[in-house]
Design a protein around this ligand. Structure first.
Ligand code: HEC
Ligand code: HEC
Length: 391
């Protein structure tokens, strides 16, 4: 086998020559994938969804590249050079238990299995993430493949797989640590420099720096393209990462219902709420709306036709689902989903001059006017500390 070296570790003294085991594409793949994994864990909060999704796309691209590289890449990167049977893994692990495992220049049998599993789980995470993103947010290349509840289920699976991958990563790190100690060599440094000490006759990989540079250039270009909105945004015109499909609009409704406050999109409350509100228009939260009958006749059908039951957005679906069927709430801000989503916000934020009131949705949601309330369109006013939101 190409990468097995049976000499005991003490044979590898400083006079031994070095061989390049990990080419540049493999190293770039490894460290970028690890960074994506960390970034994805750090951006679980919905407001960082665009970063989370980007980390996922990048991870997906990297894994696909690695699968290809496993067939056409340099010797130590090829799958056929690190495919081991269960027996070989078992023998290797027994060697570890006796503190005398054989040394491998490339992946050892246990490490190989970890890598195959990491690639497989990683790919499943990407696919479930894409399906969940397409279902719960109706965004991305798989938008519309699943509906909201299916998307939500898929994201639970996505989360479960991510924990599994975290466990695998920890096992992988422990393996690296154990092998580094048993063979008295720094495997982390080897993954950084690519080189490992070896007997003179071992196969050395080409650096493949051209492919590495191309990878780096693609990663940088795609990042710039994805995040360019942040580079050109202004405090007046905030960048919004995701746009849902445009919601139904109505001029008269905007005029009449947007006169005193934001025109709350019909998708934010169910039909029964809008009917009750129009019926009680003479005492609308202490105001008389004085709407003529012909105006009511246009606005009410618009409200009813586009109410939360239509599930035009994730927010609509979740708001509607959260309200007990027997209740007719007149306030969006009293629906259980709204309350749950905003309970971490401190009184200091609600009282801030730029917010002033819970119904001032546009102070924190860039897309409040259009009514989509996309996850990543949440943006607190600049001078409100992030710490104002208590965990
Ligand atoms: C004359 C001013 C005025 C007009 C016009 C008006 N509203 Fe209101 N609306 C209010 C006030 C005042 C409140 C209470 C705001 C608060 O609690 O800070 C309110 C609250 C609401 C709320 C509850 C917000 C929440 O979730 O707490 C909804 C929904 C609403 N209005 C819908 C409408 C609709 C639909 C129309 C058009 C038919 C409309 N409003 C027109 C004054 C108005
Ligand atoms: C003071 C700022 C603030 C105001 C005002 C505000 N929100 Fe939010 N809203 C937030 C924050 C912060 C979150 C994110 C919570 C999270 O990530 O779990 C959020 C989340 C949401 C969500 C869930 C989508 C998501 O991003 O996770 C909806 C829907 C929503 N808000 C609707 C509204 C509506 C409707 C109003 C007005 C009636 C409103 N919000 C007013 C700060 C605000």
């Amino acid at each position: 086998m190409l990468n097995q070296m049976t000499q005991p570790p003490e044979n590898f003294s400083k006079q031994e020559s070095k061989v390049r085991v990990w080419d540049i594409p493999v190293r770039l793949f490894h460290w970028t994938l690890a960074s994506c994994f960390i970034v994805a864990w750090l951006t679980l909060d919905n407001r960082y969804l665009d970063i989370h999704v980007f980390a996922g796309y990048l991870m997906g691209g990297l894994i696909l590249f690695r699968l290809l590289w496993g067939f056409i890449g340099s010797p130590y990167a090829r799958f056929r050079n690190f495919t081991f049977s269960r027996l070989e893994v078992w023998d290797y692990l027994k060697g570890v238990l006796h503190r005398h495992p054989p040394r491998f220049l490339g992946h050892n049998p246990a490490g190989s299995w970890a890598i195959h599993l990491l690639l497989g789980i990683g790919l499943s995470i990407i696919i479930s993430g894409l399906l969940g993103f397409g279902g719960e947010e109706q965004q991305g290349p798989l938008a519309g493949w699943l509906n909201y509840p299916q998307g939500e289920l898929m994201l639970e699976f996505h989360e479960w797989l991510s924990w599994l991958m975290l466990v695998m990563v920890i096992i992988h790190l422990m393996g690296v640590l154990v092998e580094s100690l048993l063979h008295q060599e720094n495997l982390v440094a080897a993954m950084l420099t690519g080189f490992k000490p070896s007997a003179v006759d071992a196969v050395s990989s080409a650096s493949h720096w051209k492919i590495g540079s191309a990878m780096l250039a693609i990663i940088i270009t795609v990042s710039l393209f994805w995040f360019q909105g942040y580079l050109t945004e202004t405090p007046e015109k905030r960048y919004q990462p995701f746009y849902g499909s445009a919601l139904p609009d109505n001029l008269l409704w905007r005029e009449e219902c947007g006169a005193c406050h934001l025109a709350f999109h019909p998708s934010l409350l169910p039909t029964r709420s809008w009917k009750a509100m129009m019926e009680g228009q003479v005492s609308h939260f202490g105001e008389d709306l004085f709407l003529e009958q012909n105006i009511v006749k246009e606005i009410e059908p618009f409200l009813v036709k586009n109410a939360a039951e239509q599930e035009a957005t994730e927010a609509a679906w979740k708001i509607n689902r959260s309200i007990p069927k027997a209740e007719t709430l007149l306030r969006i801000t009293e629906t259980p989903y709204w309350i749950k989503k905003h309970q971490k916000i401190s009184d200091a934020v609600w009282g801030h001059p730029k917010v002033n009131s819970k119904v001032n949705c546009a102070a924190c949601h860039i897309d409040a006017e259009v009514g989509t309330f996309e996850d990543a369109a949440m943006h607190l006013p600049d001078d409100i500390e992030a710490t104002a939101i208590t965990e």
